[in-house]
Design a protein. Structure first.
Length: 251
């Protein structure tokens, strides 16, 4: 991708799954990367697997906590010099029928997926806007669940719908200060989180509704993050890129 070599990239939720694959992709593109994860041991394990891959550093952080986000952005700025690209990827999910959904489950998913998205995006945007007009690029993680309701995921669906609208509002306001904002809407991707929520038979049932005939892989999403962050996507702004193998095209 054009324009990613040497850029300072912050990836939230970068210690596993899609996030870790995204860190790898930006390192392959020649970017310098700082990432965060919630669990300290997982962050250190991710750093170990990335040894020798490029310039990479990390912070343990809960993106739903303001002080943690302030520390994360300060660490990233120290390590990278400046944050040119934010990959706002951190997220969580749990499964419960709407009538059984506990308030504590609702609050946690909204806190991480929407509040955390806002806190990190606002903190980084303020730096980008104050950086002498150079601006930057932000890509938020939404989901196909932002575009349709999946049963037993009311809290997750609501959080991702919020991310989609947050992305659009950010694009309207931040474009004028040189910050380009988009989001990704992946379908079913084979990740440790999805494996913990759904069994193999559920995943296989998705195949009937995916015209490309396979489930998504983390590297599919990582490539889309890299594209939207690159100069090749320089006039794409305020958009939601769907990565689902054609699932939403099926009647």
């Amino acid at each position: 991708m054009r324009g990613l070599a040497g850029k300072g990239v912050l990836v939230t939720g970068g210690s596993s799954g899609i996030g870790l694959e995204t860190v790898r992709r930006f390192l392959e593109e020649g970017s310098r990367v700082h990432f965060c994860g919630l669990i300290a041991d997982e962050v250190m394990a991710a750093l170990s697997t990335l040894a020798g891959a490029g310039t990479v550093s990390a912070t343990t952080c809960d993106v739903s906590v303001e002080d943690d986000v302030a520390r994360l952005v300060a660490d990233a700025t120290t390590e990278l010099g400046s944050i040119d690209v934010l990959i706002n990827n951190a997220g969580t999910a749990s499964k419960a029928a709407f009538l059984d959904l506990a308030v504590v489950e609702w609050d946690r998913v909204i806190a991480v997926n929407l509040r955390g998205m806002f806190l990190v995006a606002q903190a980084v945007s303020r730096l980008m806007a104050a950086g002498g007009g150079g601006g930057g690029t932000i890509v938020n993680m939404a989901s196909t669940n932002a575009l349709g309701g999946e049963e037993e995921y009311a809290h997750y669906n609501a959080s991702k719908g919020g991310v989609l609208q947050l992305t659009r509002t950010m694009a309207v306001e931040l474009g004028r200060v040189g910050i380009r904002v988009n989001c990704l809407c992946p379908g079913f991707i084979l990740t440790p989180l999805n494996a913990s929520l759904e069994d193999e038979s559920f995943a296989n049932a998705y195949l009937e509704h995916i015209p490309l005939g396979r489930l998504g892989r983390p590297e599919d999403v990582a490539a889309a993050f890299a594209f939207l962050a690159s100069d090749d996507a320089g006039f794409i702004h305020g958009e939601a890129l769907v990565i689902d193998g054609g699932q939403l095209a099926v009647m």
